[in-house]
Design a protein around this ligand. Sequence first.
Ligand SMILES: [Cu+2]
Length: 208
Amino acid sequence: MKLRNVLFASAVAALAMTAAACVADDPNPVQDALDAAAEQALAGGLQPGATIVFTGDEFSFTPMEVQAAPGHYFATFTNVGAIKHDITFADGTQVVAEPGEVVEFELDVPPEGLSFICEIPGHADAGMVGEIFTGTAPAVDLVAAAVGADEKIEPDESAPPYAPMDPRAPQRGEGPGITLIEGGADGGGDLIDVELVMTERLMTIADG
Ligand SMILES: [Cu+2]
C-alpha cells in the first residue's frame, strides 16, 4: 500500500510539471522564435535536416547570416514586425507572413549558399537582406549587397578627423552650455540651465 501511495504522488507531481511547462511555453511564440534565432546564431554551422529559424521585422532579418552545410532543411519564418513581410530566396522559394504569423517551410541549400531578401518594395533596400553561407566566412559584404554591389563607399576626405568621445555619463549640471543654479527653480529646487545652440549647415541627405 505504501508503494502505491508513493507512485500516485509522483504522478501528480509529473502532471503539475507538464501543466507548468505548457503555461510557460505557449503565450509568446514570437519571443520563442527570437530566442531560437539568437541561439542558432551562436551555435555555428547547421547540418542538413535541422530547422533554420528566421524572423523578420521592420526592416531586418534575424539572423542576417546563417552558416549551414549544403543540403535539405526545415525552416520557419516568423514575422515579429507590425506589417506584412516575406522571405524570398535566390532559388525562388518564397514565404509570406502577416504580423505575428509563423510559417513553416522546407529549403534546399546549394553548395554555393543562398541569399534571401524581403520582396515587398523598399524592404530589401531598408535592410531586409541576408545570406545562408555554406563556408566558414561570409562570402559577400551584406552592406554592399544592400546598397548595390557596384556602388563603392569612399571615405570623405573633407570629414573632420576622428575624435574619441568621453564615454562617461555627465555629472549633474556638467557639460558644455549647461549651468547648475542651486535653488534657482520656482519653488526652491535646483535649476539646470541648458544653452541650445542652433547652427545652420548645408548638407546632402540624398542624391537629387
Ligand atoms: Cu519586408
